[in-house]
Design a protein around this ligand. Structure first.
Ligand code: ATP
Length: 514
């Protein structure tokens, strides 16, 4: 199965089993907006709980808030979003498709990287044991030429983005001979800036109406509450404020399912530190956040850091955690050293002091900030794409199984009476009653037991508990494990401990290194 086929299957699977639906589907959907179904919402809630507990509950110096989506419009002037939250867009005149100029260039660079790696791999096979990769990269004419081409485009792109030079950005696209994947032509328009914020009006009378924005990030709700939380929570620097909430961006190109949405959800944490100490905290948070991802157990090779080429207007260092999606390595999370830009600007724009008196140094200052910012929806996509597998079984059968980490699985246990009579449903319901206060548990009595197992495999349920005629006699049931399909006989009384051990968030949180 190619990665493209895998991605198509994932989208279809997510819909078929109630994870994710297109928004307002009966009206043919709304571009880049999606609804989470009965299983999707459970998965999402579990991801949020994993993040929230790792970032707040396990730490004495981080607390959470839940700020409003609407904020005073001056907020977005102070944050720089009114002036600078733009993406450079370009259209192809033949296909009438719209692209982000920087993304076109990044995709082109990724293709060149791929070509280089293919050459190196070919040579490795040709030369066998004696292959010296370093030497090959610096002496192979083809690789050297490709690398030179790649580096030149990259350097021009970074400069054009930094200088905000839209004419040059277009020129690089032309010079690199990038074609539109749809029309196959190079008939490009000029590059224009496009502000990503949605606006609306507040107030009932048009004259008195004020333009307000749907927040494009949750972070600003934290900055404006910095002193409220610091004072009322008696927080001492270094400390953090965390928040989970919706954000909105009028994305130019939105073609990758829930990877790039116009309404999405973020989990952000702003960590306030002494000026000058931000770099050590930046490194700390990079490492911790990577360990949070890797604890899921999908394989360390699926993650990498990517340092930003062009720093945002507020940052002095920034890196992304990238995950290998079916469409390549892409950002799931950003770790940014935001300096005192935001608090400093809010001081200027509001005229209110946003300072911290440090009892240890006797000084008063505007703290520096290190931010971790992750998209809930991109986490959902990460988990779905890393979990999906099609397997051939003995006897010519096959199954689709979602190997979702047990702690995040939407349904933890399915309880299945072998038949709908002889008192088996009653025993099954008794088991559900014992488990349901701690876990999301399903009851299913329809179809053959084999079919019921397949249904649970397809939604990632880690355990199926089958109640049969012996259960009434000796108080035991069959527990079937999703990944190995192994079955074991377990006393009903031992079920809660077994399920807790595998499925509680604790087992995941304990893996984290602080
Ligand atoms: P990109 O370069 O992909 O547009 P970004 O660098 O603008 O992303 P940030 O502003 O750093 O993203 O946002 C933090 C996180 O929020 C991202 O790592 C991502 O997980 C999530 N996110 C941002 N934009 C979207 C979106 N349109 N849809 C879904 N998630 C998003």
């Amino acid at each position: 199965m190619t990665q493209e086929e895998l991605f198509k299957k994932l989208i279809a699977h997510s819909k078929e089993y109630g994870f994710i639906f297109p928004s307002s589907e009966i009206y043919d959907g709304l571009s880049a907006v999606y609804d989470y179904g009965q299983l999707g919402v459970e998965l999402k809630n579990n991801i949020k709980a994993y993040w929230w507990d790792a970032m707040t509950r396990l730490r004495e110096n981080i607390v959470g808030i839940d700020a409003a989506i609407f904020m005073h419009p001056r907020t977005w002037e102070a944050s720089g979003h009114v002036g600078a939250f733009n993406d450079p867009l370009i259209d192809n005149k033949d296909s009438k498709k719209r692209y982000r100029a920087d993304v076109l260039l990044e995709d082109h660079l990724a293709k060149l990287d791929e070509k280089i790696e293919k050459e190196v791999e070919k040579a490795r096979k040709r030369f066998g044991e004696s292959f010296d990769e370093g030497q090959y990269r610096t002496t192979s004419e083809r690789v050297v030429a490709l690398q030179k081409d790649r580096d030149a485009i990259h350097a021009r792109m970074v400069k054009a983005l930094t200088d905000n030079d839209l004419t040059e950005l277009r020129q690089i696209i032309v010079d690199a001979e990038i074609v539109d994947p749809v029309s196959g032509t190079r008939n490009w328009t000029e590059v224009r800036q496009f502000n990503l914020m949605f606006d609306t009006k507040m107030g009932s009378v048009a004259e008195g109406a004020n333009t307000i924005y749907l927040r494009p990030e949750t972070a600003q709700g934290i900055f404006v509450n910095f002193l409220n939380v610091q004072k009322t929570g008696r927080m001492k620097i270094p400390f953090g404020i965390a928040q989970i909430g919706k954000a909105f961006r009028n994305e130019i190109v939105a073609r990758q399912f829930i990877f790039r949405m116009r309404e999405f959800e973020q989990m952000e944490m702003q960590f306030f530190v002494r000026p000058g100490e931000e770099m050590q905290w930046y490194e700390y948070w990079k490492n911790f956040r990577m360990s949070w991802h890797r604890a899921l157990g999908f394989g360390d090779e699926l993650y990498r850091f990517h340092d930003h080429d062009k720093l945002a207007h507020y940052a002095n260092a920034a890196a992304d955690v990238e995950f290998r999606f079916p469409f390549g390595f892409k950002e799931v999370e950003g770790i940014h050293s935001r300096t005192d830009f935001d608090l400093g600007n809010h001081e200027k724009f509001s005229g209110k002091k946003l300072r911290y008196f440090d009892p240890e140094t006797g000084e008063s200052y505007v703290p520096y900030v290190v931010e971790t910012s992750i998209g809930v929806d991109r986490m959902v996509l990460q988990i779905l794409s890393a979990s999906y597998a099609e397997e051939q079984l003995d006897g010519g059968e096959s199954r689709v199984v979602m190997r979702i980490p047990s702690q995040l699985a939407p349904v933890k246990v399915a309880v299945l009476p072998l038949v709908k009579k002889d008192g088996l449903p009653e025993i099954a319901r008794g088991i559900i009653d014992a488990l349901k206060y701690d876990h999301n548990v399903h009851y299913d009595e329809k179809d053959s037991i084999g079919k019921r197992y397949r249904r649970q495999d397809a939604i990632g349920t880690p355990f199926c508990v089958t109640v049969d005629h012996t259960s009434g006699e000796d108080g035991t049931v069959t527990v079937r494990h999703r990944d190995t399909m192994e079955q074991q006989r377990v006393a009903i009384a031992d079920l809660p401990a077994l399920i807790n051990k595998e499925c509680s968030l604790r087992s995941l949180l304990e893996k984290l290194k602080n």
